[in-house]
Write a protein of this length. Structure first.
Length: 447
C-alpha cells in the first residue's frame, strides 16, 4: 500500500510516523519549509500529551517543552486554579511548546521511521480516477522564498490523507466546503517578553476587561512559553453577535492595555506581529471519508467547540486513520481482497471518529451557542466560579478528560450527558459534492 499525506502538521506527521513504522510506503507533502510558525495558543492539554507519549516523542523541559499544572481561570473578579485531574488514561500535566519547534520535531520523528517528507510542495488539488476515487494529489513546487517556481508534480497513491489544515485545498478541490451548521471560531495571538514566561498554569480569561473596564467579546489566554515570552491571545465564536464585525487584533490590543504594566504586555515588548486563524469546530467539514480520501484534524473540522482545542484531536484522528490503514494493508495480502473491500474497511474510519467524539462535540455545539449570549455567560460565571467542585467538573468536561470505564461521579455524569444527545454526523455533506473531473478536482486522465 502506498499512502500520500498532505500536510506535515500534528495530524500529518503523526499518521506518517505510525504508517512508516509499520512498513507502509508513505510520502508527506508540506507546503512550507521547517521551521515555520502556525497561529496557535501553543498549549497542549493532557489529552494531547497522551498522544505525544504514545508516539514516543521526547519532550524534556531542557529541550523547550514547558510543563504546566493545570488551568487558572479568571472571571468576574475571581481567580481559581484547577490542577489537571487524575484520570487513569491521561498524564497529570500539560505542556507549552511553540508550533515553530513542535511541528518540526514531529516531522523529523516521522522521518526517523522512514517516512518521506517533501517540503515546499504546495498541494493545489486532488487527483481522481474516472470513477471519482481519489488516487493522488497535484502539487506546485515552491522555491526557498515560498514562491511558485512554475513546476508542478503529480503524486499517485492508494490512499490520500488530507491533513492540510483549515484551508485544506485537497478537500476543497473536491467540493468539500465548510458547513454553515457547525461552529466556527477565530483566534488571534502574539508573543510578549514577560516575567510571566515561566508560569506553571495555563491561564484562561473567561471575560475580557478592556482598558476602560468595559467587557470585550470573546475569551482569552496567557500561556508562559518559558523562553522569556508569553503567548497571549483571544478567540471568539460565530455564536457571538460581534463575530465578523470586529477588528480582533484591536480587541487584543485593548485587552492587553488593561493588564498590569509589570506583566510587560505592552507594544514595546511585543515579539512578532499579531496573527490570526480560523478554528473549524465540531466536524465542520464532511464527509470524513470518501473513496480514496480520509480527512484528518482541522481539515475535517476536528476542533472542540468547548475550548478550541485541536492538536489532540488532530493527532488522535491520525492515529485512528493509521490503524485502519495498517489493518487494510495487512488484509490486502489475502486472496480475493479487492479495492472495494479496502474502501469498505476504510469507510469505518468516519464511523469510529464519530463514535469517539460525536456526542462530545454535540454538547460542545450547545455550549458554544450558549456562551455566545452575554447574559447567559454572565449568569453561568456568577454561578460556577465560586464553586470549585463545579469548576473542576467543567474543566474535565471542556478538556474531554474522562475515563469511560471509571465509576466516579464526574465520569458517570459526563457519560449520561453524552448518551442524552445524538452524535454529530460526519459521514455526509450538506451539499452535493462536485463531480470528479470538474474544474477543481483534477482527473487523472487529463493530468
Amino acid at each position: 500500500m502506498k499512502v500520500l499525506i498532505v500536510g506535515a502538521g500534528p495530524a500529518g506527521s503523526t499518521a506518517a510516523y505510525y504508517l512508516a513504522q509499520s512498513g507502509i510506503d508513505v510520502t508527506v507533502l508540506e507546503k512550507t519549509s521547517f521551521p515555520r510558525e502556525k497561529v496557535c495558543g501553543d498549549g497542549l492539554t493532557p489529552r494531547a500529551v497522551r498522544e505525544i507519549q504514545k508516539l514516543g516523542l521526547p519532550h524534556a523541559v531542557e529541550e523547550g517543552w514547558r510543563r504546566n499544572k493545570g488551568l487558572r481561570l479568571i472571571a468576574g473578579g475571581r481567580t481559581i486554579e484547577l490542577p489537571w485531574p487524575e484520570v487513569a488514561d491521561f498524564p497529570t500535566y500539560g505542556l507549552i511548546r511553540t508550533r515553530l519547534g513542535f511541528d518540526e520535531e514531529l516531522a523529523r520523528h516521522a522521518q526517523s521511521t522512514g517516512a518521506v517528507v517533501l517540503e515546499r510542495h504546495s498541494v493545489t488539488s486532488a487527483l481522481t480516477a474516472d470513477d471519482g476515487r481519489v488516487i493522488g494529489a497535484r502539487a506546485s513546487i515552491l522555491d526557498e522564498s515560498g514562491r511558485k517556481t512554475g513546476e508542478t508534480r503529480d503524486f499517485l497513491a492508494d490512499v490520500v490523507l488530507a491533513a492540510d489544515g483549515n484551508s485544506t485545498r485537497t478537500a476543497v478541490s473536491l467540493g468539500m466546503h465548510k458547513r454553515d451548521d457547525r461552529p466556527l471560531g477565530v483566534a488571534v495571538r502574539t508573543y510578549f517578553t514577560s516575567p510571566r514566561h515561566e508560569d506553571d498554569w495555563m491561564e484562561g480569561w473567561l471575560e475580557l476587561p478592556g482598558k476602560s473596564g468595559k467587557p470585550l467579546p470573546g475569551y482569552g489566554w496567557v500561556f508562559g512559553v518559558g523562553d522569556g515570552t508569553s503567548n497571549v491571545g483571544l478567540g471568539i465564536l460565530n455564536s457571538s453577535k460581534e463575530f465578523g464585525k470586529l477588528d480582533y487584533k484591536q480587541v487584543l490590543r485593548e485587552w492587553t492595555a488593561g493588564m498590569p504594566s509589570e506583566w510587560g504586555f505592552t507594544p514595546e515588548n511585543q515579539v512578532g506581529e499579531i496573527r490570526g486563524a480560523a478554528l473549524p469546530m465540531g466536524f465542520n467539514r464532511t464527509p470524513h471519508y470518501s473513496p480514496g480520501l480520509l480527512l484528518l484534524g482541522d481539515a475535517g473540522g476536528m476542533v472542540s467547540p468547548f475550548n478550541g482545542e485541536g492538536i489532540s484531536y488532530a493527532m488522535e484522528s491520525a492515529r485512528f486513520a493509521a490503524e485502519f490503514l495498517i489493518d487494510a494493508s495487512s488484509r490486502s495480502a489475502s486472496a480475493g481482497w479487492t479495492t472495494h473491500d479496502a474502501d469498505t474497511h476504510l469507510s469505518r474510519y468516519a464511523d469510529y471518529v464519530r463514535d469517539q467524539w460525536g456526542s462530545h462535540f454535540t454538547l460542545g455545539r450547545l455550549f458554544a451557542s450558549l456562551i455566545g449570549k452575554p447574559a447567559v455567560m454572565k449568569l453561568a460565571l456568577r454561578t460556577g466560579m465560586p464553586i470549585p467542585v463545579l469548576m473542576r467538573f467543567v474543566v474535565r468536561m471542556l478538556a474531554n478528560l474522562t475515563d469511560p470505564s471509571a465509576k466516579g461521579f464526574e465520569d458517570r455524569v459526563i457519560r449520561v450527558l453524552e448518551m442524552l444527545v445524538p452524535a454529530t454526523s460526519n459521514t455526509s455533506s450538506p451539499g452535493s459534492l462536485k463531480a470528479a473531473g470538474s474544474d477543481t478536482a483534477v482527473s487523472a486522465t487529463t493530468s
